[in-house]
Design a protein around this ligand. Structure first.
Ligand code: SF4
Length: 385
C-alpha cells in the first residue's frame, strides 16, 4: 500500500528527505516492502527491550517464543546492548541519584516535522544531561552518531518530553551496532541541537511535506523506494557516460578521480535497475530485446540425511569437521566469554589496500613506505639469485 507523506517524514529516513526534499512525497506512491533484514531487526529490538526491562527490574514478557529470526547471535547482541545501557545508567548515577530511563518511548516531533513522531530505543535522563541510545542490528552500513539526523530527531523528541522537568544542557546520542562492533557516541549542547532543528530540519520538513525543492541524487538514494525509476538518479549516474565519447585516448588522473567518486553509486544504481526490471518482467512486463530465462544453478543432494547414510554404508565418513569462524564462535560463546577464552588467539591481518574518498575516517596508508618495501624486497630477491 502506498504510504502517506506524513508517515514518510520519519526520523529514520530524515537523512534522505533532508538531502532530497521531494523524495518523501515522490516515493510515497510506491508500496512499502518489509525486507527480511527489517523483520530480523524488529525481532532483535523486541529482545533488546525485554532484556533491558528485566535488567532494570521492570515487568516484561519474554518475546523469544514468537521471534522468527531468534538465534544465538541475537541473544548475545541483545545481552551486550542491555549491558551497555546499564553501564551508561550507572555512570550517570554517579552525578544524579535517580536518572530516568525510558524504553521504546514514542516521541512527538510535530513541533519540527508536520505530524512527525518516532520511537526512541532508550533514553536516559539525568540532571543536565540526556543520553539517547539507538540499537542497530544491521550489518551492511556502519552507522555513525555524529550529525546523524535520525538520532538528532530522537534527541529533539526526548527534549520535548523532559525539558520542563530536567534542566538539560548537554545531549549525547549513541548508535549501538554490535554486529559491526560499533559503538558511536556524539555529544552536543542543547542549544546546538535546537539551532540545527530550526536552521536545517524545519525548513527541509516544510519543503518535504509538499514535495517541493530540488531532487538531489546521492548516497541516500539507496534507501529510497523510487530508486529504480527516479529520473534524477538516472541522470546523475548517466553523467558518467560522457566519458565514453569525450576522451579519445587515455583518461587523465582528474577524470579517473571524477569517475572513482561516482562509481559505487553507479554500480548500486545498475543493480537496483536490474532487480526492479526482473521483478517487473516476472510479473509479465516486456522489455524490448530482453527475456527471462532460468539462471545457472549448482548440483545439490536431494536429501542430505540420505546422502550421509549411503556414504557411511559405503565405508566413508561423509562429514567434515572444522572450527567455527569468528562470528559463529562469538555467537556460541557470547562476546564476553569469547574474549576471555579466545582473546589472545585472535589477530587481525592488515586489510587489502582500498581506494576510498578523502572524507573516509580511516588513516591513509603510507604508500611511499609500501613502494620502498617493494623496492627493497625486489633488491633482496635480486641479490639472492
Ligand atoms: S532516488 Fe534519490 S534523487 Fe530520486 S527521489 Fe529518491 S532520494 Fe531523490
Amino acid at each position: 500500500m502506498p504510504g502517506s507523506v506524513h508517515a514518510m517524514l520519519s526520523p529514520s529516513s530524515a537523512h534522505m528527505w533532508m538531502a532530497c526534499t521531494p523524495s518523501a512525497k515522490f516515493s510515497s506512491q510506491f508500496p512499502d516492502e518489509e525486507s527480511p533484514y527489517a523483520k530480523e531487526g524488529t525481532d532483535a529490538h523486541r529482545l533488546c527491550e525485554f532484556k533491558l526491562k528485566k535488567a532494570l527490574g521492570m515487568d516484561a514478557v519474554d518475546p523469544r517464543p514468537g521471534l522468527g529470526f531468534y538465534d544465538a547471535e541475537m541473544e548475545s547482541c541483545s545481552d551486550d546492548y542491555a549491558s551497555f545501557v546499564m553501564d551508561t545508567w550507572s555512570k550517570l548515577k554517579e552525578t544524579c541519584p535517580d536518572p530516568m530511563v525510558m524504553i521504546e518511548q514514542k516521541l512527538d516531533l510535530s513541533a519540527y516535522i508536520p505530524s512527525g513522531y518516532g520511537y526512541g530505543d532508550c533514553i536516559i535522563v539525568a540532571d543536565g544531561h540526556m543520553h539517547v541510545v539507538d540499537f542497530k542490528y544491521g550489518l551492511g552500513v556502519m552507522v555513525e552518531a555524529e550529525e546523524n539526523p535520525q538520532m538528532m530527531c530522537y534527541a529533539l523528541g526526548a527534549l520535548e518530553l523532559v525539558d520542563s522537568l530536567y534542566d538539560i544542557d548537554t545531549v549525547s546520542v549513541t548508535v549501538f551496532q554490535p554486529r559491526r562492533e560499533n559503538v558511536s557516541t556524539w555529544t552536543i549542547t542543547r542549544d546546538e541541537l535546537l539551532a540545527w532543528a530550526n536552521e536545517k530540519l524545519v525548513p527541509a520538513a516544510k519543503l518535504a511535506i509538499d514535495g517541493n525543492g530540488d531532487f538531489v541524487a546521492g548516497e541516500h538514494c539507496r534507501f529510497c523506494k523510487a530508486k529504480a525509476v527516479c529520473r534524477a538518479r538516472a541522470e546523475f549516474n548517466l553523467e558518467l557516460a560522457r566519458y565514453d565519447f569525450q576522451m579519445p585516448e587515455n583518461l587523465d588522473g582528474t577524470e579517473i578521480a571524477a569517475i572513482l567518486g561516482r562509481i559505487d553509486a553507479l554500480v548500486t544504481w545498475a543493480d537496483d535497475i536490474k532487480e526492479f526490471a526482473l521483478k517487473e518482467a516476472l510479473s509479465g512486463k516486456h522489455y524490448d530485446g530482453f527475456k527471462v530465462v532460468e539462471g545457472r544453478s549448482v548440483r545439490k543432494y536431494t536429501s542430505e540425511e540420505e546422502a550421509a547414510k549411503v556414504v557411511t554404508k559405503a565405508g566413508y565418513d561423509p562429514y567434515e569437521k572444522k572450527v567455527y569462524g569468528i562470528t559463529a564462535m562469538t555467537a556460541l560463546l557470547g562476546r564476553k566469554r569469547f574474549e576471555e577464552v579466545l582473546g589472545s588467539l585472535v589477530c587481525k591481518a592488515p586489510g587489502k589496500p582500498t581506494l576510498v574518498e578523502e572524507s573516509d575516517k580511516r588513516p591513509a596508508l603510507d604508500t611511499a613506505k609500501e613502494d620502498f618495501k617493494t623496492v627493497v624486497n625486489e633488491e633482496e630477491n635480486h641479490d639472492k639469485h
